[in-house]
Design a protein around this ligand. Structure first.
Ligand SMILES: Nc1ncnc2c1ncn2[C@@H]1O[C@H](COP(=O)(O)OP(=O)(O)O)[C@@H](O)[C@H]1O
Ligand SMILES: [Mg+2]
Length: 262
């Protein structure tokens, strides 16, 4: 990997090697290698159906790959995925994983309890999270009355209630208005700055933090990886930039990160 941090002491927290996954005859992942170090902000992009969600589900142990090695926080996820859940936070797309009839506060209290967070600690954490995402004044309302944006913010709180080491997010920015996207990314960036490793699938790429590293999943493989600060600009159309990089390269990743800025 040419785009790892220079500091050799940075800990690798995600190691995926040679991941293959097919559904019937349909080959979705055809030899994916993916690595992340502690404190990374990784973003996976790719067309619809390119296998992003499949890859994320394999990382968190929700799906088994047909082949390949999956190691997260040193844990062999294929064998011991249960050990992972208390140490990772997950937001899946379109996931109705909140208790609809219960309030935001009750949801966080229940999920904090499931993750084994002591009552006093999880209540303090729930308050801190709800205040941070602007839901504190709505804490006693049932989730079924929440807007999409409010639900997404609550899903994020739910994923953070147990202080995970890595946060996995599938498409949380979809359907948010521009101000809400900005707020969400600012919060994720803040969390990342304080040490949380983030792996996020996203189509919304114009507001990522500069340190984000973007990986393009295409034809069943990670085709390119580049730092966001090196590929933004170009009217924010990261795909066009990526397309050009693919055409113009000989497959040497070292060339890809350079000189694409201003
Ligand atoms: N459980 C499944 N059974 C059959 N096909 C699936 C299943 N999950 C995903 N697929 C197929 O695998 C491909 C990749 O899906 P997905 O990982 O959801 O893509 P993305 O998240 O990039 O849009 C799609 O063609 C999808 O239809
Ligand atoms: Mg998806």
């Amino acid at each position: 990997m040419s785009l790892q941090k220079g500091d050799a002491t940075v800990k690798r927290v995600i190691e995926l090697r040679g991941i293959r996954k097919s559904f019937g005859k349909h080959i979705v992942l055809n030899g994916v290698d993916f690595f992340a170090s502690e404190g990374d902000f990784r973003v996976i992009v790719g067309e619809n159906g390119s296998g992003k969600t499949t890859l994320l589900k394999i990382m968190i142990g929700l799906l088994l790959p047909d082949e390949g090695q999956v190691k997260v926080l040193g844990i062999d996820v294929k064998k011991h995925w249960k050990k992972l859940s208390s140490r990772t936070g997950v937001v899946l797309a379109n996931e109705r994983s909140l208790y609809w009839k219960l309030s935001a506060w009750e949801n966080l209290d229940i999920f904090g309890g499931i993750y084994g967070v002591p009552r006093k600690v999880r209540r303090e954490k729930a308050k801190e999270l709800l205040e941070r995402v602007g839901l504190w004044e709505h804490k006693d309302k049932p989730v079924e009355n929440f807007s999409t944006g409010m639900r997404k913010r609550l899903l994020l709180c739910k994923a953070l209630i147990h202080n995970p080491k890595i946060l996995f997010i599938d498409e949380i920015l979809n359907g948010l208005d521009p101000a809400a996207v900005r707020e969400m990314v600012d919060y994720l960036s803040e969390l990342n700055s304080s040490g949380l490793t983030i792996v996020m699938i996203s189509h919304v790429l114009h507001v990522l933090p500069d340190n984000a590293q973007v990986a393009l999943l295409r034809n069943g493989k990670i085709e390119i990886q580049a730092r966001y600060r090196d590929i933004k600009g170009e009217k924010n159309d990261v795909y066009k930039v990526f397309e050009r990089l693919i055409k113009g390269s000989d497959g040497d990743e070292n060339d890809l990160a350079g000189d694409q800025g201003d």
